[in-house]
Design a binder for this molecule. Sequence first.
Ligand code: AMP
Ligand code: TRP
Length: 333
Amino acid sequence: MERVFSGAQPTGNLHLGNYLGAIRNWVELQKKYECIFCVVDMHAITVWQDPKELRSNIRELAASMIASGIDPENQVLFNQSQVSAHAELAWIFNCVARIGWMNRMTQFKEKAGKHRENASLGLYAYPSLMAADILAYKATHVPVGEDQKQHLELARDIALKFNTDYGVEGFFPQPEPLILGPATRVMSLRDGSKKMSKSDASDMARINMTDDADTLAKKIRKAKTDPEPLPSEAAGLEGRPEAKNLITIYAALTNSTVADVLTEHGGTQFSGFKQALTDVVVENLAPITEEMARLNADPAYIDSVLAKGAERANVIAQPILKEVKEIVGFLNS
Ligand code: AMP
Ligand code: TRP
């Protein structure tokens, strides 16, 4: 039995990295798999979120998934806090996972920064909740961007330790990461060594899914490049991270490869290529942005989709959680 689960945090500023690294792949996967897509609001509050903004970011993320082509009628789309199995299983996993495992998580180190003592306990336990998200449905495939690979490995470790500790071999599957497409790590437009991120202080570093055509054109025109023309082969991108990033984005959006893009544009200047890239980005994002605006104007519809999704998610997760509680030795309610 194959089942896909993935999630994204409702922390605003949804960008092209989220789209190419995650959401666009989800749209393809739903054609082949049973899919569960989750707006992970409980993960979001591991760092401070203004309640009013959080509420609107939850709806906006759900709207962007639907606008990108996620089908909420045939797949399950919901937000995490509406299905209590996530929190319940996460607690049990907190007691399975080891402190030493958490200490190795690079995302925690990055997010906690220098003031680790001051980070929330939730931020530390974040990967354990993520494992619960996936395993509450016994999901087998998890499409994510490259930055989530380490968390997926931890989820596999938790699944295996649970199965071993309680002597229930094969109870939880080993979920596999699906890191798909040419753009698994979209970089900042201002610094090719940093990933494109929701939290970058500079909005110019990021292509937001809500940017209009003029803003997109300006951001791409001002994107950092080097003075050399485009190379004709991929090897010529070595040591040129900004060039590589723009070409990779172009390849992903035109469903071609970096090699194809270089065959077509090799030897030309970046000014011309940036114009071509702008056209491609606008062509891809404009219909999604338009549909997002339409959906954002109808929060009641989004709320009803999420409520229905939560009901369906619950139907899958509850029997699994019940079994877990029995395995652990809790009394049946
Ligand atoms: P987040 O917004 O952090 O919840 O991430 C949602 C999804 O987008 C995850 O699957 C991430 O791996 C993916 N993602 C985030 N940033 C990037 C990026 N710069 N490039 C590719 N994928 C990304
Ligand atoms: N940690 C993921 C991110 O920041 C979001 C997430 C939470 C997730 N739970 C998940 C992704 C379960 C895949 C599966 O991108």
